[in-house]
Design a protein around this ligand. Structure first.
Ligand SMILES: C[S@@+](CC[C@H](N)C(=O)[O-])C[C@H]1O[C@@H](n2cnc3c(N)ncnc32)[C@H](O)[C@@H]1O
Length: 279
């Protein structure tokens, strides 16, 4: 089944189910969601790229992990990864994924609460990783490198990776970030296999034109892990992580109450009764 042979209506409706399930994004942590049409194409591409493989997501507010597992489960795609695990510091995101997986019986999909500043908990036997990290506009891509490092650790430095990062021909910082991330990949024993330019757009009010690309990397033959995974305390790797002046202080975003994300919350509206208007 190729991209052109997919039942587009079924695919878009399945992605719509996933979107209904997502918590509202927290801009302060760079949670900025990908637009629906791009999610369909990205999910198809990821399912193909990771077909039959164990796939780790380092952060996934977009829910591409869920799309990939769900599209295959529903028979809309007849390929996809054999296992999908999401590592994200936002408990709302992890719980929403877990609830969706339970409801739809997506047995290969799971989510774990994890902050990428902490040592990677394992397992380290994933075949590939996917990350759409904070894009590092204010720290020359250091944020991207931290997420990519955890992805490399998830594969024991011997797999493939798909890194989503900003791509805009008019701006300087995305080019600097892209160059730095490519250098980091090489230093880590990975080669750059492919760069797919300007693919995705986002619900981003202050820069609606900003696109992102896919950077595909692959471990060089015989590449070895760079020692045990350790906590990141080096301030030069942490400052301006989310584009602000301060150091990150939040370990986890915790969920206060169970929310049905597809429905309006009671604190969003009140009811003006017909009787009130007649008084
Ligand atoms: C930073 S956002 C990037 C934009 C992306 N389009 C999105 O909204 O998913 C990606 C994911 O990283 C997660 N994240 C942010 N900081 C993290 C951290 N320190 N450790 C682990 N996950 C983190 C967010 O919760 C989000 O799900």
């Amino acid at each position: 089944m190729s991209e052109t042979e997919i039942d587009l209506r079924a695919a878009v409706n399945a992605i719509s189910d996933v979107i209904q399930n997502r918590p509202r994004p927290l801009r302060v942590f760079d949670q900025i969601y990908m637009k629906a049409g791009d999610m369909v194409l990205q999910s198809e591409m990821v399912a193909h790229w990771a077909d039959g493989k164990r796939l780790a997501f380092i952060g996934d507010g977009d829910s591409i992990s869920v799309c990939v597992a769900y599209l295959q489960h529903r028979g809309i795609l007849n390929y996809g990864p054999s296992k999908v695990t999401v590592f994200d510091f936002d408990e709302r995101i992890c719980s929403a994924i877990t609830r969706f997986a339970d409801k739809e019986r997506l047995e290969k999909l799971s989510a774990l609460r994890y902050n990428c500043f902490d040592a990677f908990p394992g397992p380290n036997n994933f075949d590939c990783f996917y990350t759409n990290p904070p894009w590092g506009a204010s720290n020359d891509g250091e944020s991207v490198k931290v997420f990519a490092q955890r992805g490399m650790e998830a594969t024991g430095y011997s797999g493939t990776g798909l890194i989503v990062l900003a791509d805009d021909p008019e701006l300087e910082w995305p080019k600097r970030v892209l160059g730095n991330v490519q250098s980091f990949a090489l230093e880590s024993g990975f080669m750059v296999e492919e760069m797919m330019p300007r693919l995705h757009s986002y619900h981003l009010d202050d820069a609606p034109q900003l696109r992102s690309c896919n950077l595909l990397i692959r471990a060089l033959p015989g590449n070895k892990p760079r020692g045990a995974s350790t906590v990141i305390t080096d301030s030069s790797r942490l400052e301006r992580f989310y584009g602000r002046n301060s150091m990150p202080r939040v370990r986890y975003v915790r969920e206060k109450t169970w929310l049905d994300y597809g429905k309006a919350h009671e604190d969003e509206y009140f009811l003006e009764l017909m009787d009130d208007a007649m008084k």
